[in-house]
Structures are given as C-alpha cells and as structure tokens.
Design a protein around this ligand. Sequence first.
Ligand SMILES: [Zn+2]
Length: 151
Amino acid sequence: MKKIANISIDTKISDHYNSCVYMLKCYKNRKALQNKSEDFVYYTDMTKDPIHRLDEHIKNQDIYTKRFNGNVEVSYIELYNDLSSAQRRKEQLKKLRRIEKETLISKKVIGVCDKCHDNMTRSIIIDNEGERKQILQCSGCKFWKILPLNF
Ligand SMILES: [Zn+2]
C-alpha cells in the first residue's frame, strides 16, 4: 500500500494502471485546510506517477500550486492505463463547473464496507480492453474490488 496524504492507492492497482487524473483542493493557508473552509480552488491535472506527483504538491515542490504552500488536499483520482484516455478525461474535468466537481467528488463515497463498516470509495479505471471499471476501496481496512461500470 502506497500512501499519500488522505488517499491510499493499492500497489496492485497503481502498478498496473499507468496514468492518473486527479483533482486537488487548494487552500490559501493551513487554517483553511484544517477547517475544510469553502474558500479553496480546484486544481486538475494528470500524471504517470501519482504517488510522486501528489507528494510534490503536498510538499510544495510543484510550480503550479506553489502559491498554496502545500495546503492542498487530494480530493479525487481516476486511474487509466493509457495516456490519451487520461488526457481526454483531464480536459473534460477541467471544464466542469464547481458544483459539478463537488457532485463528482461527493459520489466518491459509495457505501459502507461489509468487513469493517468504514466508507467505501470509488475510483474509475480504463482497463487494457478499453473498458471502464470502478475500483471500490475501503478507507478503513483497505479491502478493494474491481467492478464493471456502465456509463
Ligand atoms: Zn473495511
């Protein structure tokens, strides 16, 4: 299990899927981040190396989010196994209005784990056959499964 701030990606998954689209919530200071203030902006990007890249944002080593001094939170991740799908999805997400981003992120929690009753969250992947699937992962015991997705 690799861990970055509030998100963990199972290594079995992250080693298999080589592209990642993500959204950060960027706060102006530490207090706003801790209080989960509404005063933030979204930053949407993609990477081939989510663990490394998201870590850079959080450690304030990234030029695009430098003005937020590392007061950023990983809010959303979708995994893909080809770069062009990730690129298309990034462009799509960037055009969403704030309320649409909120809706997408809030849908990330999709239920409760059978085993430990913590929240199950959802990420979306595209497999080698180009089929969209969803990964459900428990934020408590880290139990995960991959399910087909129709949309
Ligand atoms: Zn669990």
